[in-house]
Design a protein around this ligand. Sequence first.
Ligand SMILES: [Zn+2]
Length: 292
Amino acid sequence: MPQPDPTHLPFSLAALGSDFAPATPDQNRPETPGCWIILRENALVLCSGTNALPDGVLPVPGPFAVPPVLVGLWQGRPLRAARLEPEAALPAGLAAVSASYRSQGLDDRCITLAGLARQVLHWRDRSRICPACGGSPGEIGGSFGARCPSCAREYYPRIHPAVIVLITRGDEFLLVRKADWPAGQYGLVAGFVEFCETLEECVVREVLEETGLAVSDVRYLASQSWPFPSQLMAGFTAAYAGGELVPDATELEAAAWFSARRPPPILPPRASIARYIIDRFAPGLGNATGNP
Ligand SMILES: [Zn+2]
């Protein structure tokens, strides 16, 4: 498979295309007008009835839960992100639109921009206070890092690696369900990498813990940035190699084998690498189940 993948899953640089260029917070010039990724809870603020970002020096007066920060350039202009307090009102002409990976109303670029902002603002929020001495870290030039002026410790953004895996058995595949997912929706086994563990070892451990099954032939497929709040998902397939299916009741509500002839009621959202992996293994399943 060519990398990066031409399908352009959201939450990637490819999804933003040539309109976006990286920049770091220290390059900010607050008086220069630009484009804004403004979040309020799980929603993205857009010009009403459009997919257009608000424009200007500061299009929303606040109050801000996380103050504005430069995250890059958009079509050559400053691209800043900020998080409003939940009760903040919006000026006329702006509207807040749900920007979850489950959202249907936004295009991939808007979902990706909202994800970028969510991840950066999460880091800014978590790095406001030095955990060693309680000082107030400032920016490290040319990076998203933070240096504490009191104790000189430096901190850099934390992106947490995780694996997500489709277990296959002939033309069948195993999907799992968590209790807090929408009714009828199934997904893949997934989990965070632990100390002294490779991605492949993590796949084997997570599958065993969540399902009781052994797997072999662990194969990497693709990855996806997952800004909920700050993961990198590494996607795999793995072949069933033995064991009885016993779902871990502390994590899962259900687990079952499916196939193209016996599909799950609802597939993972199209924006997710979970769906991408399923679509590669069972092409056409989305249309067959009414989950395009
Ligand atoms: Zn400190």
